[in-house]
Design a protein around this ligand. Structure first.
Ligand code: ADP
Ligand code: ZN
Length: 516
């Protein structure tokens, strides 16, 4: 049977989803393949169909027992001989698997990575006619990722021992994870890499600096009144205060976070699924099981933690393909909060560095100067033309040569031993003679008062952009004092220049103190 025949006869689909066809072809042909597709992109078919097209049995390694069982059930219902070896098996299921395997009729054998540690299973796999290994959630092999599963490291040995082609699948697309997958699973052999389907053209992308954050969120929601939307908040408390503010503004709304009773959470999920125009103010706990195709908008009241998280969260909008809108707010406090979360976490230092890197990538996206979709897709490794349908395409930001103020700011940090936060550095730059400035003798510094041409708010925007470009980082061990990164050195030595966004600097005016 041809691939297309199998597609319709067994799976009941008329056509491949974007990217599926080429991946199926490569895997059917026995080439080592790494397929990166977003969640919902249709990855399972990329190994299930080739498993049927090829002789012998395909071993599928997956970390999620529930998912394995679902897939096995689905395949069996379609008349495919598939089975799983998991800790949740009944004796009957296990017997079925061994029998079919011995008879040589089993087409797909699912197992958790832990099973690979068992000697009897390894022997059994050597005897069986294994023709393909499929590794689902392949990013679990990455030691710096959040889903690391040590047993995934055994897969490389299995592949080498059986000497059969391997297809690895994942929705995680950053370059380091990809390289790690190739190194660990394929022993750096030549691999065909497919990265497809990350663009969600119906989703409009926009970021905005926090100016009056609550009002910005309210305005965004009010302009979309009657449409279902999600507001993601950085803290549990904020889901409640924002929901109250939205309710006061006449919206139908409720809050959702992991600290609520399971029953109350289910009630919110049920209402969201059934009602039109409900707004849920939620932490990231909301969304896993949400399968609502007509979510028309997603707002981030606070900066997410990485591009992957951002993409997942906005990706819940517009599943039906109709236009959907997003807005992500960010400010210096977000950056500080996220950095602190990483520094105060229990992760080993290497993981922390990787997490800072992920946050930097997101900040780079927030401060991007041209097409946001292009920057987003480029992060995932997908090349694209400017989209014409994001905030930056619609209104290209004006930029200016920010080298001079950036050098002033770096020099102020350096001359004060990188021991102070933005507020104090701005006082120095603006020549504001506060008690703190005088006590420390900072009014005698050569940088004192060199930055008068920008007012306080404008300096705050410049500092935010500098943090966005990862020139300065708040140091948790020094109470958030700003320290320079290596990236700042060429600027400090006058060996590099930097462009900053002019619009946000120009519109920032010192007025009443603004909550960030
Ligand atoms: P992923 O593992 O990438 O998240 P799945 O393999 O679970 O995605 O597939 C997502 C959904 O797409 C499933 O409901 C699946 O039945 C459906 N699907 C997969 N391939 C096709 C296709 N060629 N045509 C239509 N629907 C498909
Ligand atoms: Zn664009």
């Amino acid at each position: 049977m041809t691939a297309l025949q199998l597609l319709s006869d067994v799976f009941g689909f008329d056509d491949f989803l974007p990217g599926q066809g080429e991946i199926v072809e490569a895997v059917c042909a026995g080439r080592d393949t790494l397929a990166i597709m977003p969640t919902g992109g249709g990855k399972s078919l990329c190994f299930q169909l080739p498993a049927l097209a090829r002789d012998g049995v395909t071993v599928v390694i997956s970390p999620l027992i529930a998912l394995m069982r679902d897939q096995v059930r689905g395949l069996q219902e379609a008349g495919v001989e598939a089975g799983a070896l998991t800790s949740g098996n009944t004796q009957e299921e296990t017997d079925y698997v061994w029998q079919r395997l011995e008879a040589g009729t089993l087409k797909l054998l699912y197992m958790a990575p832990e099973r690979l540690a068992s000697g009897s299973i390894a022997q059994m796999l050597h005897r069986a006619n294994v023709s393909l290994i499929a590794v689902d959630e392949a990013h679990c092999v990455s030691q710096w990722g959040h889903d690391f599963r040590p047993d995934y490291l055994r897969i490389g040995e299995l592949r080498a021992a059986l000497d059969v082609p391997l297809v690895a699948l994942t929705a995680t697309a950053d370059a380091e994870t990809r390289d790690e997958i190739i190194a660990k699973l394929f022993a750096s052999r030549k691999v065909e890499v497919f990265l497809r389907g990350f663009d969600r053209p119906n989703i409009h992308l926009a970021f905005a600096a926090k100016d009056q954050p609550r009002q910005q969120t309210l305005n965004f929601a009010t302009a979309r009144k009657g449409q279902s939307g999600i507001v993601y908040c950085g803290t549990r408390a904020k889901t409640e205060t924002l929901a109250r503010a939205l309710a006061e503004a006449g919206h139908s709304t409720c809050h959702y976070h992991g600290g609520m009773e399971a029953e109350d959470r289910r009630e919110v999920e049920r209402r969201f699924q059934q009602e039109d125009g409900l707004i849920v103010c939620a932490t990231v706990a909301f969304g896993m099981g949400i399968d609502k195709p007509d979510i028309r908008w997603v707002a981030h009241a606070d900066l997410p933690k990485s591009i992957e998280a951002y993409y997942q969260e906005i990706g819940r909008a517009g599943r039906d393909g109709a236009p959907a809108e997003t807005l992500t707010l960010f400010g210096p406090d977000d950056i500080r909060y996220r950095r602190q979360q990483i520094d105060e976490g229990l992760a080993p230092p290497e993981r922390r560095d990787a997490d800072h890197g992920r946050l930097n990538a997101l900040l780079g996206l927030a401060e991007a100067l041209s097409c946001r979709r292009q920057s987003l897709l480029r992060y995932f490794g997908e090349e694209a033309e400017p989209c014409g349908h994001c905030d930056l395409c619609e209104k290209p930001p004006e930029v200016f040569d920010g080298t001079q103020p950036v050098r002033m700011a770096l020099s102020a940090a350096l001359r004060t031993d990188e021991r102070f936060g933005a507020g104090h550095l701005i006082d120095i730059l603006r020549g504001t003679s506060t008690d703190k400035v005088r006590e420390r003798g900072h009014d005698a510094l050569p940088t004192f008062g060199v930055g008068k041409e920008y007012d306080k708010r404008q300096w705050q925007v410049i500092f935010r952009q500098m943090m966005g470009h990862d020139l300065l980082r708040p140091d948790a061990e020094r109470h958030g004092a700003l320290v320079m990164t290596d990236k700042a050195l060429p600027l400090l030595r006058n060996e590099a220049q930097i462009e900053l966004r002019l619009d946000t600097v120009r519109t920032a005016k010192t007025g009443p103190k603004v909550r960030m």
